[in-house]
Design a protein around this ligand. Sequence first.
Ligand SMILES: Nc1ncnc2c1ncn2[C@@H]1O[C@H](COP(=O)(O)OP(=O)(O)OP(=O)(O)O)[C@@H](O)[C@H]1O
Ligand SMILES: Nc1ncnc2c1ncn2[C@@H]1O[C@H](COP(=O)(O)OP(=O)(O)OP(=O)(O)O)[C@@H](O)[C@H]1O
Ligand SMILES: [Mg+2]
Ligand SMILES: [Mg+2]
Lengths: 227, 227
Amino acid sequence: LISCRQLTKIYVMGKTKLYALNNIDLDISEGEFVAIMGASGSGKSTLMNLIGALDQPSQGHVTINGNDISELKPKALSKLRNETIGFIFQQFQLLPKKTAQQNVELPLMYRTPRPSNIKDMALACLETVGLKDRAKHRPMELSGGQQQRVAIARALAGQPKIILADEPTGALDSKTSIDIMKLLIELNAQGITIIVITHEKDVAAYAKRIVEISDGKVTSDRLNMEA
Amino acid sequence: LISCRQLTKIYVMGKTKLYALNNIDLDISEGEFVAIMGASGSGKSTLMNLIGALDQPSQGHVTINGNDISELKPKALSKLRNETIGFIFQQFQLLPKKTAQQNVELPLMYRTPRPSNIKDMALACLETVGLKDRAKHRPMELSGGQQQRVAIARALAGQPKIILADEPTGALDSKTSIDIMKLLIELNAQGITIIVITHEKDVAAYAKRIVEISDGKVTSDRLNMEA
Ligand SMILES: Nc1ncnc2c1ncn2[C@@H]1O[C@H](COP(=O)(O)OP(=O)(O)OP(=O)(O)O)[C@@H](O)[C@H]1O
Ligand SMILES: Nc1ncnc2c1ncn2[C@@H]1O[C@H](COP(=O)(O)OP(=O)(O)OP(=O)(O)O)[C@@H](O)[C@H]1O
Ligand SMILES: [Mg+2]
Ligand SMILES: [Mg+2]
């Protein structure tokens, strides 16, 4: 489903070339549940942005569903993302002027054809993450963990085939974290491919496969024996 | 050093009155190391904003160093915060157009008299959190955990008497988290008062006292027996 070949991302700063990702080969099949772990700054979010076609490689290729993302036009790329992938960003990336409900509705507003029951779908997703009574709050009127849960609800609203989650429980207490991970397990059981970036072993424990990244390279890729 | 009495924070939304904090009594003495725990939305960040005089109570009082924050003029409040308190915000609150180094220098720029070696102080703090080679990066050019560490460095730069840390290791891998918690232990040993909001038991384990909050109320306040 997702294939990375010699994937490299270089940031040029003055005279320095910073290799955020350095020659990564990685294949993820449909229905997998993969955890990506690694130190701060090792390249995890960069990898996720490339896998999610939010960014283009400096070298190498990312293929999603047979499409090389560097060969798709912006419109096709946008459509691919909107219909196939649900993102949970490390810093949530909610629209500050919109309510929680409007933020969750957003990906559905761009669908063609537009679903007829967007409001209900959004409220159902907010209820799933325990925030139905916060639907009319704007991000500034929500706690950190509530904002994170709105970001999660937004990722689910479009019923994506692939969920890319960057630290989805980073701001959540243990009980709420467990609820969210169980939700991801349930979605994976329905055939949705899940890729979670996490620092926490407790969170990685829910995945079926664990990939470790260090300084932009894959250093370990194994099945989760404790799953 | 810090005293909360009948501390209440109410948000009015249309016809609803939301009690983010509901009649909190809490005393923290100089030199303490307190962890504040509780579910997402329970009121922890709200409590920290009030303790740090970033916000005013709806009812009740916050006293810092003998000063009731509701009786100080904005200028005096600003000076109190700048000279006494170091903040690490849950969402970092870095200035996007400034470099990491400039962000760390910021609290020092407001000191009167202004220190003569601000650049060196900032670079030293960045080195302490392992980011000396990222000094010229702007927040957008940093990973989530690197941004968090810049926020930590900024809190330390002014050599505050009180550190208020809202999830200071939320975005950090375990090794880096341990480094940061050991740094806080060290600062506490030098007499600095530390208040950490955290969801993680591993992080709370470093504190000498653990206060639990639920629905805006203190539900438990005990010494950490495992410290
Ligand atoms: N400006 C606001 N207007 C309305 N409600 C608010 C506002 N700010 C916060 N709240 C509400 O107050 C409650 C407490 O928020 P707070 O940010 O203190 O929670 P928290 O304990 O820090 O949570 P988390 O662990 O998720 O960060 C939440 O239920 C939130 O929805
Ligand atoms: N726009 C940019 N310009 C320059 N360097 C960048 C840029 N974006 C990221 N980097 C660098 O690339 C490296 C990888 O960043 P990335 O965000 O992928 O790390 P990460 O593994 O997600 O870290 P964390 O766990 O802290 O979130 C970091 O060292 C960062 O400083
Ligand atoms: Mg990251
Ligand atoms: Mg909070």
